[in-house]
Design a protein around this ligand. Sequence first.
Ligand SMILES: Cc1cc2nc3c(=O)[nH]c(=O)nc-3n(C[C@H](O)[C@H](O)[C@H](O)COP(=O)(O)O)c2cc1C
Length: 357
Amino acid sequence: MPGTPAHPLPAMPPAPPDHRLSVAPMLDLTDRHARYLLRLLTSRTLLYTEMVTTGALLRGDAARHLDHDPAEHPLALQLGGSEPADLAACARLGARWGYDEINLNVGCPSPRVRSGTFGACLMYEPRTVADCVRAMLDASSVPVTVKTRVGVDHRDSYEELADFVATVADAGCRTFVVHARKAWLSGLSPAENRSIPPLQYDRVYRLKRDFPDLRVALNGGVTRLAAALAHLEHVDGVMIGRAAYEDCYLLAEADHLIFGEPGPGPSREEVIQAFLPYVERQLAQGVPLARMTRHLFGLFHGQPGARAWRRHLTEGAAHPQAGAEVIREAARHRQGGLDAPPPRQNPPTDARSNPRH
Ligand SMILES: Cc1cc2nc3c(=O)[nH]c(=O)nc-3n(C[C@H](O)[C@H](O)[C@H](O)COP(=O)(O)O)c2cc1C
């Protein structure tokens, strides 16, 4: 065939989706309902599932973990495990379910994760991670990426991080998401490991400088898109975790500011209106309302009436027969709270019994 090279180049691993901005995998938070909601705020930001262990997928109800709405793409599946054969089988499942990327968790320091020999403790075993990545790449055509930390325990020099990345890159991983904090595997809880070890952005920047052919995305402590833009001067991508969930409306400007799409983003009211048909569909399939409304709590973060909004969602969704009208009512309630006259200067001592307070 004309144009076919005499010596075909080695097959390149498929390119992963655009990593300029992503929302972090977060257990118990980034479930399919949260992701659908986030997708209404931004169509370009890459979304991640919660971590799913190989055991849960291979011995549990795979469909329950993997099913998602087509609207959620671009979407990455995060796996937890350290057995190459198991991870390969899970990568195949991920491919069959249509995920755009499979990510291996090498950053989570929870005790449950440690006992299973996966997560951040795998930073001690770069060759095992390389074997896992190779097996996953051989098993499917979906790009494989790794999420890791800048270090773990006393294995925390830049040279050790670079050695880890070089070893895993040799196996075919081209994209690394690096949480800019090291993890202490003993002595700190998972939550403390997300706030106490200092952020070391310079290390992530240096990694990109030293491995210019790899895609490096930075994670940890980013709470505004302006900060993400500043990091993008040094790295290929930024992953936002807690802030993207707790203050999700910040993502409404992401398509415009990060990806250069025409603005403006959707209003909060537009997001609510677009979420309602999804909620109706899920209710019809037997999903309890509270599983969806809990992800709406952050939509009015920092806005007037945010407490009324959250309270109405919580109380309304607690009723077994509650339907999507709870969300409409919560929006009205919030608005009503805004329009209400300001509280009296000297409120009665039992002010808390008044639902307006
Ligand atoms: C509630 C919660 C659950 C998390 N679960 C996961 C997980 O399943 N997999 C993972 O790699 N990281 C997990 N993380 C860590 C985040 O992905 C992210 O690395 C961390 O929160 C730092 O980013 P941030 O400062 O932007 O929140 C979790 C974080 C939180 C707060």
